[in-house]
Write a new protein. Structure first.
Length: 151
């Protein structure tokens, strides 16, 4: 159940980051909105799974607090000529959340974080986009957590 709650937290965090960008909402407003109205509730016939709230908050606030570093790391990893700002907003949210975990959450194995965000991408996009998330996060992980890939 804990892993499922963390997966739901990642999905909610990506949705919250997306909402922050497209609706220009602030951190406290978006956290309150998601915790009150979305997480663990039924919205327009869709059941949103319970999520680990502390983990959800950690990802969203961690991305916001470290966004310059995260964006630079993702920019260096993306294909030449495709800065993060040119990537679609939802994809940007997925890459930022994944990069946050890789850069700032050493307690989470890199391969787990990569797989989770590939799964999140798969919920919204086709296989090609999920493959891009996999490639970008895997490349970043091999740079910042090389020791996890040396075996």
């Amino acid at each position: 159940m804990a892993a499922e709650n963390r997966s739901a937290a990642r999905l909610a965090a990506v949705q919250a980051l997306y909402q922050m960008e497209v609706a220009s909402k602030g951190l406290n407003e978006i956290l309150a909105e998601f915790e009150t109205w979305w997480i663990g509730r039924e919205v327009e016939g869709d059941q949103y799974k319970p999520a680990e709230i502390a983990f959800f908050r950690s990802i969203v606030s961690g991305v916001v607090e470290n966004q310059v570093e995260i964006d630079r790391a993702v920019d260096r990893t993306l294909a030449e000529g495709w800065p993060l700002r040119r990537v679609e907003a939802l994809m940007r949210a997925i890459l930022r959340a994944g990069a946050y975990e890789l850069l700032r959450r050493a307690d989470i194995p890199a391969r787990v974080a990569i797989k989770e965000y590939v799964d999140v991408a798969g919920a919204f996009f086709a296989r090609e986009e999920s493959g891009m998330v996999n490639a970008v996060l895997d490349t970043l992980a091999r740079k910042v957590r090389a020791e996890e890939f040396s075996t």
